[in-house]
Design a protein around this ligand. Structure first.
Ligand code: BTN
Length: 236
């Protein structure tokens, strides 16, 4: 089977990396009930208490490196679709790949990639979804599906729906469709934002996405700059 289950592990990112290096097939998944060293983007810790859904999918998308960012956007779209169609929860996408409900984070995505020349060899996509855990007690800006719905939701149901949708999408990968669908779910464009990378912080009006999923900012002096990665903060 392609699903590798861990009752507890350090991070499913590390399990997936091991599997990918051993040559595992496309869409192999490492899933854990708890992580002792869950990690988030920008060197942050991802609190991974029991009840949440924590998994990493190994994708071998066969696309040029320059499109790799779109894989993250694609995964975010699929999560948002599942939340709205399966649970009537309206999710918004915050660039680059946070899934928010009422401005609170319900899901985060972390990716790790290995290239071969100018092609993606594999891309490990780590998803942390607040399902039945209580992230509110750990972080003010987070929310879980259970607290939104007032009932617990089987995590397997979400995992299966996600893998199904995401695998279909990746098999007919359409960059233009990803951009268009991301835009239709997004809550970043049109806002004043601050994008921070390790090196610098840029502020401006988020005006558009470029063809590779970069965020185009209009700066105070009227020039435009594209952010390809980083942390995005909404608001003044
Ligand atoms: C973020 O928003 O900062 C990304 C969070 C990603 C968390 C997931 S949980 C499964 C996988 N394993 C990890 O250690 N991190 C990702």
């Amino acid at each position: 089977d392609r699903i590798h289950f861990f009752p507890e592990t350090g991070s499913t990112m590390d399990e997936a990396m091991r599997l990918a290096r051993d040559g595992c097939p496309d869409f192999t998944v490492a899933v854990a009930l708890r992580q002792t060293r869950g990690r988030g983007r920008m060197q942050r810790v991802w609190s991974s208490d029991a009840g949440g859904l924590y998994f990493t999918v190994v994708v071998r998308p066969g696309i040029p490196l320059m499109f790799s960012g779109l894989v993250n956007l694609a995964a975010a779209i699929d999560v948002a679709d599942i939340l709205s169609s399966g649970y009537a929860v309206a999710a918004g996408l915050k660039w680059p790949n946070d899934i928010l409900v009422n401005e609170k984070k319900i899901c985060g995505i972390l990716s790790q990639m290995e290239a071969e020349g100018d092609q993606v060899d594999y891309l490990n996509l780590g998803m942390g979804l607040n399902v039945n855990n209580q992230p509110e007690s750990v972080e003010a800006g987070a929310v879980s599906l259970k607290s939104l719905l007032g009932r617990p939701v089987p995590r397997r149901e979400i995992l299966v729906a996600f893998l199904d949708a995401f695998e279909k999408r990746m098999k007919n990968f359409d960059p233009a469709a990803v951009i268009q669908q991301w835009k239709s779910h997004n809550v970043t464009l049109g806002k004043r934002v601050r994008v921070a990378t390790v090196k610098e912080t840029v502020e401006g009006l988020a005006v558009d996405l470029d063809a590779h999923g970069g965020l185009i900012l209009q700066l105070a002096d009227g020039t435009r700059q594209t952010a390809v990665h980083g942390d995005c903060f909404h608001g003044p």
